[in-house]
Design a protein around this ligand. Structure first.
Ligand SMILES: Cc1cc2nc3c(=O)[nH]c(=O)nc-3n(C[C@H](O)[C@H](O)[C@H](O)COP(=O)(O)OP(=O)(O)OC[C@H]3O[C@@H](n4cnc5c(N)ncnc54)[C@H](O)[C@@H]3O)c2cc1C
Length: 427
């Protein structure tokens, strides 16, 4: 059964937000920030807490980009395993980078605690279950590499995984207890509120239309106002527009979709993720899922390249629920929603200095709940004068993807291919 007409679960259950004004007139600031997701709000919070005057402009509303739509899973790590990253980035930066990406749980849950953000924060770990012998080996390697670096990472055999997730469809997996999950829209709103308490001025329905040099400063124009600033941070990720020429061509926005049931009665829900984990599996087009605070089941996965997703687009998510938890057949989805995940060609997030005083971080490849707040803080530190060598993340030159107009066609073909490979690989 495919159902679900209530839109985003997060809109329905988020902590209330105080209204934000539109920008009208001209302002001056040390730092102007574009984008009101995790990157922009975390940067605003860090910069304002360090004493800078900050103005943030958001086109729509706080959390209207990916940050208010995510699965809310805070997962340390990238596509590459620690040994690979150290080989890629060398003996000096490699280990610092690995430590940084391993610390995203501390960053996010630390912010939540420090600023008392009400966002259903749950830090009970993440499971990555394996669909095949090949990916079970991969998972063992990954777990071993993190455990060698002192992370609370444990291999979980098939029987135990069956107990933790409530399904016998996987061969085993690993548990990372640094991870957890949040109500993502509440977290985004909480970051914005904390930034405001620290002194940042936040404006919504205020798209940054133009960014240009203004003597030694930068001038950011919106529809009914403008900001003059010494430095600018662009935090627009998968929703990047033409504000900075070429930036949108550095990421490929893919659509990810989620659906959620109503709270499950105990006789249906008790076995599913009973210890409070969140999970995402080793499919190339992964299935990610968890329960929310009220006991709903959320399922997420790749969706068609469309912004306006309808209930019928949740057909793959329905199949995922029916496969993993067959006793939920016939339990309808009540909510569905989706948004853009910004992928990069090298599968790494990018941090760029676009011009003197203009910085950006984007391309989190589906790991932005943890990474975007961390990189938002790094951006604020760079703007405040920290040297790029002193942050544990590579600062690279912006490189638009060659042949960008064809990336969507290539991505569509890849999705079909990956879906077929996943089907063939599942054991
Ligand atoms: C359905 C879905 C599920 C996901 N699940 C997970 C998950 O479980 N775990 C995980 O780690 N990651 C997940 N992600 C990825 C994660 O949500 C993102 O990486 C993260 O939210 C990016 O944050 P951001 O602040 O950089 O960008 P966004 O939150 O997208 O914010 C960008 C903002 O910039 C604004 N903007 C754009 N242009 C302008 C302009 N010119 N002027 C003013 N404002 C502008 C937009 O309106 C938007 O609000 C998911 C993504 C989606 C879509």
């Amino acid at each position: 059964m495919v159902d679900g007409t209530k839109g985003s679960l997060w809109d329905a259950t988020a902590a209330r937000s105080t209204p934000w004004p539109e920008l009208k007139g001209e302002l001056g600031a040390d730092v102007a920030i574009v984008g009101g997701g995790y990157t922009g709000c975390a940067a605003a919070l860090a910069a304002a807490s360090a004493g800078a005057s900050v103005v943030l402009l958001e086109s729509h509303d706080i959390g209207r980009g990916a940050s208010g739509l995510t699965g809310g899973q805070v997962i340390p790590g990238l596509k590459y395993d620690p040994d690979e990253l150290e080989a890629m980035f060398g003996a000096e930066l490699g280990p610092r980078l690995v430590a940084a990406i391993g610390s995203v749980g501390d960053e996010v849950f630390g912010l939540i605690e420090k600023h008392r953000i009400d966002c259903e924060a749950t830090r009970k770990g993440w499971l990555q279950p394996a669909i095949s012998a090949r990916t079970l080996d991969m998972v063992k390697r990954r777990c071993d590499q993190w455990a060698r670096r002192g992370a609370p990472a444990t291999f979980v055999d098939r029987a135990r995984l069956g107990e933790l997730i409530g399904t016998d469809r996987y061969l085993g997996g690993w548990e990372d207890r640094r991870a957890g999950h949040v109500q993502p829209l509440s977290f985004n709103r909480g970051l914005a509120a904390a930034a405001r308490r620290a002194g940042a001025e936040i404006f919504v329905r205020s798209p940054a239309r133009q960014l240009a040099r203004d003597g030694s400063r930068w001038l950011l124009r919106s529809d009914s106002g403008a900001v003059r600033a010494n430095a600018v941070i662009i935090g627009t990720n998968g929703y990047t527009d033409a504000l900075w020429p070429g930036l949108s061509r550095t990421v490929v926005p893919m659509i990810s979709m989620q659906a959620a049931t109503e709270p499950l009665p105990a006789e249906l829900g008790a076995r599913i993720l009973s210890q409070g984990h969140c999970a995402s599996d080793t499919r190339r087009l992964l299935w990610y899922y968890r329960r929310d605070a009220a006991g709903r089941l959320l399922m997420g996965g790749r969706a068609p390249f469309r912004e306006n997703l309808g209930p019928a687009d949740a057909v793959n998510l329905r199949a995922a629920v029916d496969t993993l938890f067959p006793w939920l057949r016939g339990v309808p989805f009540a909510y569905h929603w989706g948004g853009r995940v910004a992928m990069t060609k090298d599968h790494l997030p990018h941090l760029h200095q676009l011009a003197p005083g203009v910085w950006t971080a984007l391309g989190y490849n589906g790991r932005g709940v943890g990474l975007a707040p961390l990189l938002g803080r790094y951006l604020a530190e760079l703007v405040a004068g920290k040297r790029p060598d002193d942050i544990p993340f590579p600062v690279t030159a912006m490189r638009p993807i060659f042949g960008y107009p064809f990336t969507r066609t290539v991505a569509r073909a890849l999705i079909r291919y990956y879906r077929m490979r996943d089907r063939l690989e599942v054991e």
